[in-house]
Design a binder for this molecule. Sequence first.
Ligand code: FAD
Length: 415
Amino acid sequence: MPRNGKPILVVGGGIGGLSTALALGRKGWRVRVLEQTPELGAIGYGIQLGPNVFPMFDRLGIRDAVMAQSIVPGACLMLDALTGEEIVRVPTGASLLQRFGHPYIVLHRVDLHHVLMDACRVVPAIELESSTTVTGVDDLGDRVVARTERGETIEGEALIAADGLRSRIRAQLLDDGEPRPIGYVAHRTMVPMAEVTADVHRTDVVLWGGPGFHIVHYPLRHGTLFNIVAVFRTSTYAEKGDVDGYRAELARTYRAAHPTMKALLGMMDLERRWPIGDRDPVRHWCKGRVALLGDAAHPTLQSFAQGACMAIEDAVCLAELIDLAQGDCASAFRQYQAARLLRTARIQLESRSMWEFYHLDGIARDVRNDICRRWSEQDVFRCLEWIYDGFTLPTESDTSAAARARDRALTGSAA
Ligand SMILES: Cc1cc2nc3c(=O)[nH]c(=O)nc-3n(C[C@H](O)[C@H](O)[C@H](O)COP(=O)(O)OP(=O)(O)OC[C@H]3O[C@@H](n4cnc5c(N)ncnc54)[C@H](O)[C@@H]3O)c2cc1C
């Protein structure tokens, strides 16, 4: 396919979609991003990003712009929600930088979106289109046609669906139902730091883990904002409630929690709640000229704060492979799926175990705390190295070896 051919369509202008557009556009491939909301990246709360995204940011040319909007916290702490005892400390300052070669950061999602959008806007090959809801796609063999809610059809060379947890394109491709509900919900709030009266760590990422509930908080925007996420198990998971009902439910759920957590809950805006869910890993996220990416492909629980990081790794990997395949998207999509499957599936599966770990009760909680008390900084880094050491992008020799292996398999010939 020539670089000036039909555009590659990207459905969804979230972190995954914009990263994909930027990665492809910087290599000269035409991309058209179709986003359903009227304004791309208009809302959002805080986001944590591990050191593994930085080699990807280097490829996207946005490391400095991201860093300018970010805070490097002193540590990620896990505290026992009942006693306030420190259970795990992941140092995220100088020693993490030295061990993994890149920092750990927190920033406002809106700021990350703006960095990505600003970078996309200066690449002539990228078109960003808002208020465009894609309802389905037809793969015609030599091109794709996306259908929109307005009744338009949009032609493209191929289609990459970065349309999130409830992806319509996934529903069409895999027909595997709704995401798996886990019975937990999240409420998110940002407040001016000056209004935080609770006695909390203001420069760290803190997770208070309790039986069936947790709270995460950290600073944003040069320490002027404080981001709070309260997550808990509830039987009213699927029901819509009102703020008073939610408030009463929080009081019941967190009744045994440490007083600092209760003070934080008093600051929460309870207007909106997010049901938490994920999916089992699947082997196939690509078919012909259509591929899934990010949460559409491998949605995960937030335990490692890696969902967006995986979407960004997907994006750079996929663009690399499309470029190596000289625009043969169907072939690149197969290689992308093979390259990304085990890493993203491990994130999905280990996030479930980590979710249990955060929410332990009774003797299991005592055992966890006793084990973790003995962990050294090296022990903690060793647990995280499979994530933070990052993802090796495929090279030309990998892809030609993969192509040779495929040809051998197809022709049945020996090496
Ligand atoms: C409470 C919480 C905390 C989290 N914290 C972190 C964290 O700290 N670090 C981290 O790495 N990850 C975190 N995650 C996970 C992260 O938010 C997701 O993994 C990430 O946003 C996935 O990016 P995406 O681009 O695949 O999907 P999304 O961000 O969901 O973007 C999908 C985009 O597609 C658009 N769209 C959807 N359908 C259509 C359609 N039919 N047509 C056109 N456009 C469409 C949507 O409007 C949206 O803009 C967290 C998640 C939650 C719920």
